[in-house]
Design a protein around this ligand. Sequence first.
Ligand code: TMP
Length: 216
Amino acid sequence: MFITFEGIEGSGKTTQIRFAAEFLSATNRPVVLTREPGATDVGRRIRAILLDPAHRNIDPRAELLLYMADRADHLGRVVRPAVGSGKTVLCDRYFDATLAYQGYARGLGTDLLTRLHKLVLDDFTPDLTLLLDLPPEIGLGRAWRQIDAGERTAAETRFESEALRFHERVRAGYLDLARRFPGRFRIVDAAGTPDAVRETIQKVLSDFLESYPPRP
Ligand code: TMP
């Protein structure tokens, strides 16, 4: 099973995906917790290029292809083998992030991206996607507080440095995807306390597992 977590900066994905991994492990499921970009040795180098604030003028298509390169390596070497051997893979961001950030917010549109996803990644799609939704003012405030407190590295702030408008487009893109693919997406209100969000996510996961696998 392949479950992804998505959301804007500061939505609490990283904290919540760890809670979710603990919750699922406690039900005796073998869980693999992973993320994009940067889960493999090659991916970590790609991540460093992508998130370096010095690269603020990178061409949007080059940015897109670096995310796709990271994903091809991650999917081939980590995600597919794990899903194939019956593990539950929890992934912090996946293709929906490319659609939201490069497609909607950067303005590349979704057609080229969807074609690339089919061509390079065989259209490999999550079984479930949790979208942690909150206003960008709140998310960015949280993200910068973590960076200022040294909890997150300042070497990876290229996206946090984007204007608020950019993050509003990312959020709107995610919400549009959730509307287009209601069978796969669940929207979680991420503005509450970590405990409240954690409870909501546990309920979503329990409900999903009850009806999994879906009837043909
Ligand atoms: P992270 O901080 O959640 O690890 O994500 C790294 C940044 O990369 C985040 O700002 C979102 C961005 N991103 C994209 O623009 N496109 C993508 O396809 C992915 C996976 C992430």
